[in-house]
Design a protein around this ligand. Structure first.
Ligand SMILES: *Cc1c(COP(=O)(O)O)cnc(C)c1O
Length: 455
């Protein structure tokens, strides 16, 4: 099994990025519940025939849709070791917990947060953003709100984020009981960064209406174009207005790994909390998100509880405080930290930073090629690793139809897997270069394939 998956990874660039699943393969998943054992070799053979060929394709260099990471062999092997240990990192006294604590301390250092900042690994930035909203809410309302619930509160909390913010922030507001209407979508400039004047005006308006602004979410790499808000200015504003300053840094905040790119993130060190993903730009296999919180006491206050069956001790297996379960919603937690730890150690920060810089350089070169092509038009400036463009057409409807056809056709032909988004109302072909396997020549493969479809 190990040989097969290593071969698969070695040869991944030679196959299609993605292939549609044949009807018969899909139908075969409708088999009855297995009541009796099947030999491991047979189940593996079935995996090779029916599952492995029909993945999303994000290990392939030309998977450039959405923001998907490519993973590494080192990360894969660490996952195997972690599965072999089968550790539960909810708490207790064992080395895997120390591994996660070390990852958290390393990230505090990289982000410039205090050494004692708290953090924990979660499935992804969606979960990390949700936890951050809860921490900010409890920080504002006090720990009693955990028991009382929002129904007992006199204050109506409101939060702020640019209109380019990922939808999971609105969902975090829904899940936390505050409601997504209490998230004000602030306008953005042509560079897709938050409009600070609009932010200031909306906060003043809400205060005048008797509402209580409590949270501003900054973006370190918006999902559409990779725009980075003016984090320093947001930090100043949050401080002046006594707002919790959270940063959605899903992929962009990992630019701290690159000394050349890190200055773009100036101000990140002033955040009250940061959400990010190792499974995107840091090349760690899925899933591995991270929440960091500046003040560990405020973080713990939002979630900690100690029922009798989870009593802590100073010695024995029930020692090892603080427990990770006190910093989030999960009690049983896998050993995600090991693949992050292996990735940081085997590559080192400098090598990971170089990979991130290379993806940005490929994106700039791609944008230059697009600007040289008379049939294509760039739709947004390239601030990091994302390029949005569309075919120039007589009408907007023509262009939209072409964008849809081209993107689906590239995906179904297996040449590349870009996605789409809307930039200032225009449907765009969106190429996000995240995978370390992407090479400069892949730019031309993609553009040539697109031009061939424009006629
Ligand atoms: C990917 C992404 C998210 C969601 O992160 P998940 O790990 O998929 O949950 C949130 N915000 C931004 C900017 C993203 O790119």
């Amino acid at each position: 099994m190990l040989d097969d998956i290593l071969d698969h990874q070695r040869d991944v660039a030679e196959g299609p990025v993605w292939r549609p699943m044949p009807t018969a393969v899909r139908a075969s998943f409708d088999a009855p519940l297995p009541l009796e054992p099947t030999p491991l070799a047979d189940v593996h053979a079935e995996f090779c025939a029916k599952i492995l060929p029909y993945g999303t394709g994000n290990t392939h260099p030309r998977f450039v849709g959405w923001v998907h990471g490519g993973g590494t062999l080192e990360g894969m092997l660490a996952e195997m070791l972690a599965a072999g240990m089968n550790s539960n990192l909810g708490g207790r006294d064992h080395a895997p917990v120390e591994v996660e604590r070390q990852v958290v301390r390393w990230m505090a250092k990289l982000f410039g947060l205090p050494d004692d900042a708290s953090g924990l690994l979660v499935a992804g930035t969606s979960m990390a953003n949700f936890l951050a909203v809860v921490v900010a809410k409890v920080a504002r309302l006090g720990i009693e709100t955990r028991a009382r619930g929002l129904g007992a509160e006199q204050t109506q909390l409101v939060a702020y984020a640019s209109s380019a913010t990922h939808s999971c922030v609105a969902r975090a507001m829904e899940l936390s009981g505050l409601g997504s209407d209490a998230l004000r979508r602030i306008g953005v400039g042509a560079d897709q960064r938050i409009d600070l004047a609009d932010l200031r005006a909306r906060v003043a308006e809400d205060r005048a209406a008797g509402l209580v602004p409590f949270l501003v979410v900054g973006n370190a790499g918006t999902v559409d174009v990779g725009a980075i808000d003016d984090l320093g200015a947001l930090a100043d504003f949050a401080k002046a207005e006594s707002l919790w300053f959270h940063i959605d840094g899903a992929f962009g905040s990992l630019a701290v790994l690159s000394p050349a790119l890190a200055p773009k993130l100036a101000g990140i060190e002033r955040a009250d909390s940061i959400a990010c993903d190792f499974h995107k730009w840091a090349q760690v296999p899925y899933d591995a998100g991270l929440l960091m919180v500046r003040d560990p006491a405020l973080h713990r206050q939002a979630f900690a509880s100690e029922p009798s069956y989870l009593a802590r001790d100073t010695r024995g297996l029930a020692a090892g405080q603080p427990w990770f379960t006190d910093f989030g919603v999960d009690l049983s937690r896998g050993f995600r930290a090991l693949k992050v730890w292996f990735t940081l150690k085997t590559f080192g920060v400098h090598r990971l930073g170089e990979v991130i810089e290379a993806t940005c350089a490929h994106a700039r070169a791609l944008a230059e090629r697009i600007q040289r092509e008379s049939k294509l038009e760039l739709l947004a400036p390239v601030s990091l690793n994302i390029v949005c463009f569309h075919p120039r057409s007589a009408t907007e409807a023509d262009s939209e139809r072409l964008v849809r056809e081209i993107v689906i056709d590239l995906q179904e032909s297996g040449i590349a897997a870009p996605s789409t988004t809307r930039i200032n109302g225009k449907l765009a072909i969106r190429v996000a270069i995240v995978n370390h396997r992407y090479q400069r020549a892949d730019n031309d493969v993609i553009v040539d394939a697109i031009l061939a479809r424009i006629a």
